[in-house]
Design a protein around this ligand. Structure first.
Ligand SMILES: [Cu+2]
Length: 159
């Protein structure tokens, strides 16, 4: 009986050892799997940094070809820095010089674009528009401001 107990104890002990080694293995596998995930994450990091390097080339053409024209919105009027705009990409810098809330909408050949939201007094925003030859209307889409005179027709001349 004693011998059998010893054998069973030994068996139980080896069983425990097997269990322990299995759980250790499982931990190792988990550690490796986590390490693998971390490696994947580190692989994603260079991709993310490469997308963050994307904006500079995108803004570079703006500097090269895009002209910047100031558009001033007032209470009942809309004025531009220049009488004619160049063909191609133009960044409209829109400034609210009035006391009311204003915004800007540009309508013309290939363009129907508006500022995101409205501009409070003394606020400014920018809107990039790619102009083609033709006539464009710039107006304030807020309430009835367009009919109150916040509109301007701009012609893009044929070179
Ligand atoms: Cu307005």
């Amino acid at each position: 009986m004693n011998g059998q107990r010893v054998v069973s104890d030994v068996l139980a002990e080896t069983g425990m050892r097997i269990l322990i080694s299995f759980s250790l293995l499982a931990l190792l596998i988990l550690a490796v799997a986590c390490g693998g995930e971390k490696k994947e994450g580190s692989w994603l990091e260079p991709a993310a940094s490469s997308t963050t390097t994307m904006p500079p080339p995108a803004t570079a053409p703006e500097v090269d070809t895009g002209a910047t024209v100031l558009v001033t919105l007032g209470d009942g009027h809309l004025a531009t820095q220049e009488a004619t705009f160049p063909e191609g990409p133009v960044v409209l810098t829109v400034a609210n010089a009035g006391k009311e809330v204003h915004s800007l909408h540009v309508e013309g050949p290939g363009v129907s674009k508006a500022l995101d939201g409205t501009l409070l007094a003394d606020a400014s925003g920018s809107l990039e528009v790619v102009f083609q030859k033709g006539t464009y209307e710039l107006y304030c889409p807020v309430a009835d401001h367009r009919t109150k005179g916040e509109t301007l027709t701009v012609t893009i001349p044929t070179p």
